[in-house]
Design a protein around this ligand. Structure first.
Ligand SMILES: [Zn+2]
Length: 347
């Protein structure tokens, strides 16, 4: 038997075997396996091409042609079978995953902004309308910016007002208030006038309880310029209180102490729950403390690059969480960062 006949016979047997097997298969996985076995690089049909040199010169083209023909026939059979299998899979899927258009729809879950973010944005909006810009500064600060340049030198007893998280690196800490941003803003803009809002997270090394949390937001105001007076401070804060709590809301200013302002004060608004009559929210006082403020201390102005003989300024700091607590009667500050959806969903 010549080489030609051997190879052609092999191909014929192979074709018959492959087609028989293909006909018996179902399922896309089995089909893919068949394809590798009979049409892949290592398949017997492909091997015939490699064995062509074994045949005589005259027979080579004839065997080659025949092998090509077998290959084409097998490919066509495969495509036909594969298409049938795809259709079957689709039909099966349609049957098992029947769409019931009478089922009620599922409402998409809408996320929302955190209550503090909402309050912060409201505060930004109010001050933006009054011409303030937002100035952000780092939460990890130097002792110098957080204390020293704000008129709180090392060993000054006022440092006890801020229980501080120190990092392992000496002189680096988590800011205890937004005031270091004051130093940065002044040094950036000196001696231009400044009107900024300094917002962000602050940290205190504190035992947490219903009214103390070791992280909280603060929003600080800073205005620096020529002829800035306490009257500007009072007018700005009164305007803020009216836009935040309602037109005509009564406020009062009480003297207080902060090392970086002189004079220093705290502002109260008339309790908006009882209109000043006295209730549990205001602890029967009729007033709610909402912020600390004062005229920027001359030393602090100078540290920021402004000559206190020419420039003056005021600053105020308020707590967005406290504002939300008063507004929504939230009795535990730890709720804000406890990540309890039942709490967060209410706002
Ligand atoms: Zn009240």
């Amino acid at each position: 038997m010549s080489e030609k006949n051997t190879l052609i016979q092999e191909l014929e047997t192979l074709q018959a075997k492959a087609e028989a097997k293909l006909a018996s298969l179902s399922g896309e996985v089995a089909l893919a396996k068949w394809k590798t076995e009979y049409l892949g690089k290592a398949s017997p049909v492909m091997q015939v091409f490699k064995r062509l040199p074994e045949a005589s010169k005259e027979e080579r083209s004839q065997i080659g042609q025949f092998a090509n023909q077998v290959k084409t026939v097998l490919e066509q059979s495969f495509e036909l079978k594969a298409e049938t299998a795809r259709q079957a899979t689709l039909a099966e899927a349609l049957k098992s995953e029947q769409l019931d258009v009478t089922l009620p729809g599922r409402a998409p879950l809408n996320g929302r902004l955190h209550i503090t973010t909402q309050t912060l944005r409201e505060i930004y909006r109010i001050f933006a309308e009054m011409g303030f810009q937002i100035y952000r500064s780092p939460e990890v600060e130097s002792d110098e910016n957080n204390f020293e340049l704000l008129n709180i030198p090392p060993h000054h007893p006022a440092r006890d007002l801020w229980d501080t998280f120190f990092t392992k690196k000496e002189g680096v800490l988590l800011r205890t208030h937004t005031s270091p941003g004051q130093v940065r803003a002044k040094r950036e803009f000196a001696s231009e006038p400044i009107r900024v809002v300094l917002p962000g997270m602050c940290y205190r090394y504190e035992q947490t309880d219903a009214s103390h949390e070791f992280q909280f937001n603060q929003v600080e105001l800073l205005v620096v310029g020529k002829h800035i007076t306490f009257a500007n401070l009072k007018g700005t804060l009164q305007e803020f209180a009216e836009r935040m709590y309602g037109k005509g809301v009564r406020t009062r200013i009480r003297p207080s102490y902060f090392p970086f302002v002189e004079p220093g004060a705290e502002m109260d608004v008339e309790c908006f729950v009882c209109s000043g009559k006295g209730c549990p929210v205001c602890k029967q006082r009729g007033w709610l403390e909402i912020l600390g403020c004062g005229m920027v201390h001359p030393v602090v102005l100078k540290n920021g690059g402004y000559d206190p003989k020419v420039y003056s300024g005021f600053a105020a700091g308020l707590g967005p969480e406290r504002i939300s607590m008063l507004r929504y009667h939230i009795d535990d500050i730890r709720n804000f960062w406890a990540n309890d959806v039942r709490f967060l969903e209410q706002f």
